[in-house]
Design a protein around this ligand. Structure first.
Ligand SMILES: [Zn+2]
Length: 331
């Protein structure tokens, strides 16, 4: 594990906390804690490994003794960096969207454990996992624990008398993204509907849904945004992300209209003001999903191809073909 990463418990006031991990790059996700007046507790998301999750839960309990017992866990979406520590919340109720539970069943923790232990046997997925996550995280202590309660649309919880509003705004990052909103404190835990300081990755889309999700969050009475990855912020992080998607959509559409295939487009789109954002290889996945949207599903890039091109992209390739392809670009 990369011990140079800074993990910080940030007090937001009014019994609310954020656990922020490093710069928010691959696998370094955030979590949240809500404490009600009667000591009831709600946690937003677990982390990528058992050890990381336990450290976080210990920090929560140190800051708020009531958090030694977690009453409710909300999973904002299915990805392992938000769910692989679910086994550490005791007998807490675990709440997520129905689509999130389905996704968790499709690719459970055991699959990651096996693939990270033997990446060569898992083809391009194994390579992807090893390159971006397996080198950094030790998956030997992860477990699959599914949500115990699911919903569609929206659901309101009461945690020690506090109103906690869950709203499903996916499919966007994944098929079942939800946000967790505390109207009494004007705080929103967005899960991976907001990446702050890094490129978002659109596994599911459509892009129009993600832009609409940004608009929904921008329309809330909210002062503090706790993103799924990156530093705690305010609505400016959401507006920045919305600008990113409208920019990438316009760039991708120009390539689509010019007749480029999706792989060529992925290497063609420019970032404009987003050049400093982390994990730029994710643009490959975003372009692939936008091509699917623009073509009405006729172009449907296989995940294997998306992962392969992301790997090539982050290793510095300038075009989607293996040399010599005659495209005239450096390889
Ligand atoms: Zn994440």
């Amino acid at each position: 594990m990369n011990t140079r990463i800074t993990r910080t418990l940030q007090e937001l006031g009014n019994g609310l906390y954020a656990w922020v991990q490093g710069d928010g790059s691959w696998g370094w996700s955030n979590s949240g804690l809500v404490v009600g007046e009667d000591g009831q507790t709600l946690v937003v998301d677990t982390l990528f490994t058992g050890a990381l999750t336990q450290d976080m839960l210990d920090a929560y309990a140190k800051a708020e003794p009531a958090a030694a017992k977690i009453d409710v866990l909300v999973n904002t979406h299915s990805n392992g960096d938000h769910t692989f520590g679910n086994h550490l919340v005791g007998d807490a109720r675990i709440i997520a969207s129905e689509a999130t539970r389905e996704e968790m069943e499709e690719r459970p923790a055991g699959f990651f454990k096996a693939a990270s232990a033997n990446p060569a046997a898992y083809g391009v997925f194994g390579e992807f996992l090893h390159e971006y996550m397996g080198k950094t995280f030790d998956f030997s202590d992860i477990e699959h624990v599914a949500p115990t309660e699911v919903f569609k649309g929206s659901r309101t919880l009461h945690v020690g008398g506090r109103r906690v509003e869950l709203t499903e705004l996916g499919p966007a990052h994944t098929r079942g993204d939800i946000i967790v909103y505390l109207p009494d404190s004007k705080v929103c835990y967005t899960g991976d509907l907001v990446f702050h300081g890094g490129h978002p990755i659109m596994w599911a889309g459509p892009v129009g849904n993600w832009i609409a999700a940004c608009d929904h969050i921008l329309g809330l009475d909210v002062d503090v945004i706790v993103p799924g990855h990156g530093a705690v912020s305010d609505k400016s992080a959401v507006q920045g992300l919305r600008d990113y998607f409208t920019h990438i959509l316009a760039e991708t559409k120009a390539c689509y209209d010019a007749g480029l295939d999706w792989e060529a487009a992925a290497f063609e789109v420019g970032y404009a003001n987003f050049d400093s954002w982390l994990d730029r290889e994710r643009v490959v996945a975003n372009v692939a999903t936008i091509y699917r949207d623009l073509s009405g599903g006729k172009v449907n890039p296989a995940q294997e191809d998306v992962l392969r091109q992301m790997l090539r992209y982050s290793k510095g390739a300038n075009c989607p073909h293996d040399a010599p392809c005659g495209c005239g670009k450096a390889h």
